[in-house]
Ligand binder design. Structure first.
Ligand SMILES: Nc1nc(=O)c2c([nH]1)NC[C@@H]1CN(c3ccc(C(=O)N[C@@H](CCC(=O)O)C(=O)O)cc3)C=[N+]21
Length: 293
């Protein structure tokens, strides 16, 4: 069993980006700038956005963090997005999800200029991805592709079972794994809450990618010997022995599943850190006008 080290892989990608930023600076080019909009005080969202700003600093990007109370109106938010769309210093920006219920998330995403949509959530980027056109890929699926590539895992002709059909992870992941490229060329099964017999499907999988948010959902009996298991779940569960009062748990019962796997991602230290690295990659591509010219 080989552990897919997301932390190490993320650092490698960040170092590659940092080297490119240094070269851009040396030539007097535009330094990539990422902005993040954060609404409310959710602990997970704050951790993620803080990580992101720290990463920008480390690799030489400019960054800005725009914060609102969760009482912010939809109109205020849409005005800020318009401002960020027009701000020439800002190459890309994200609006951290989830948003409060009184705000229409789809409307907010559609207000983002697709050229600056480094999350890859705008329908224009989703459509371009499906069509195989240059697009910003959503960071988590893009990070998983990087893990498969950098560990040289064979995907052609394999059966990939994706569990979870979110717009952010499961749905784009299933499309990318089916595409005619490496890593891809898989036969893909997309499972979700209405799948009748989940274990029936997972037992036939060469590659399992699970993004549900249900700790321990995938147990050893559901996994074939030699499978590749990618765990996207990061649920905070109470843990009195930790200073923070919680720990992160994935969707996979790691201790029982890991011995059966050829490769497996840990949680934390697996897919999560890659998500940040790929957001930075998208921002670099935005500043170089690589996707839309
Ligand atoms: N507009 C938007 N874009 C996102 O990309 C987005 C979002 N909203 N909302 C929430 C999810 C979640 N997400 C994570 C990113 C990094 C880690 C990560 O780095 N996790 C570390 C641990 C971090 C910790 O200690 O809590 C790990 O798994 O090792 C986790 C989760 C991005 N998301």
């Amino acid at each position: 069993m080989t552990l897919l080290d997301g932390k190490k892989t993320s650092e490698a990608i960040q170092n590659e980006i940092a080297a490119e930023v240094a070269a851009i600076k040396a030539k007097g080019g535009k330094v990539p700038h990422l902005a993040a909009v954060l609404v409310g005080n959710d602990g997970g969202s704050i951790t993620y956005v803080t990580n992101k700003v720290a990463t920008c600093e480390r690799i030489g990007f400019g960054s800005s963090l725009i914060r609102y109370e969760d009482t912010v109106t939809e109109e205020e938010l849409l005005n800020k997005i318009k401002e960020l769309n027009e701000d020439e210093e800002v190459d890309g920006f994200i609006v951290q999800l989830p948003l409060p219920r009184h705000i229409d998330t789809e409307k907010v995403i559609e207000a983002i200029d697709p050229k600056k949509d480094v999350d890859g959530f705008h329908p224009t980027n989703v459509g371009r991805m499906v069509a195989g056109l240059p697009a910003y890929l959503p960071a988590t699926p893009a990070g998983i592709l990087q893990l498969l590539m950098r560990y040289e895992i064979e995907t052609k002709g394999k059966h990939c079972v994706v569990i979870g059909r979110s717009n952010i992870v499961g749905t784009p992941m299933s499309i990318l794994m089916s595409k005619s490229a490496y890593p891809g060329n898989c036969t893909v099964t997309l499972c979700h809450r209405h799948t009748t017999d989940l274990a029936y499907h997972t037992r036939q999988a060469d590659i399992i990618i699970v993004a549900v948010g249900q700790p321990g959902l995938i147990t050893a009996d559901m996994v074939r010997e030699g499978a590749v298991v990618i765990d996207v779940g990061t649920t905070r569960v109470p843990d009195a022995s930790r200073k923070s009062g919680f720990r992160l748990r994935g969707d996979v019962d790691f201790d029982s599943v890991a011995p059966k796997c050829s490769y497996i991602t840990p949680v934390p230290g697996g897919v999560g850190p890659l998500t940040i690295a790929m957001l930075m990659m998208n921002t670099l591509r935005a500043s170089k006008k690589e996707v839309y010219g």
